[in-house]
Design a protein around this ligand. Structure first.
Ligand SMILES: [Cu+2]
Length: 123
């Protein structure tokens, strides 16, 4: 996953590379779904830390808007990706676990990543 410089309180672009052709299908009406959990506490064993974090968030990558009056693409339209960009604003600095998900061939794929978010200027 490619991530622009992540600063708390500022929009971050996270681009998940699903590889292969531009044949991703909208899943639940979206080209991509992103889950972010964090900031991870220090000194908690891997695999358990996310259970205690204060922030669990969900973001979407939408397909281009259809023409006025047209139907948005459904799962039968395999024409997106293979890179899917998300915009998310991390509320707090620290280390986050993120998972991006998209559908290909009627199967859901997951791209995991770790993102370090530095502290922004307090608002
Ligand atoms: Cu979603």
């Amino acid at each position: 996953m490619t991530v622009t410089e992540a600063v708390s309180g500022e929009p971050t672009t996270l681009t998940a590379a699903f590889g292969g052709a531009a044949d991703l299908q909208p899943w639940l009406g979206m080209v991509g779904h992103l889950i972010a959990a964090g900031p991870l506490p220090e000194g908690v064993p891997a695999g358990t830390a996310a259970a205690t974090v204060p922030i669990w968030a969900h973001a979407h990558a939408m397909a281009p808007l259809p023409a006025l009056g047209a139907q948005p693409p459904d799962e039968s339209v395999a024409a997106f990706g293979p890179n899917v960009a998300f915009t998310f604003t991390f509320p707090l600095p620290g280390r986050y676990l993120v998972w991006a998900q998209a559908e290909r061939g009627y199967s859901v794929m997951t791209v995991p990543a770790t993102v370090d978010v530095r502290a922004g200027v307090p608002q």
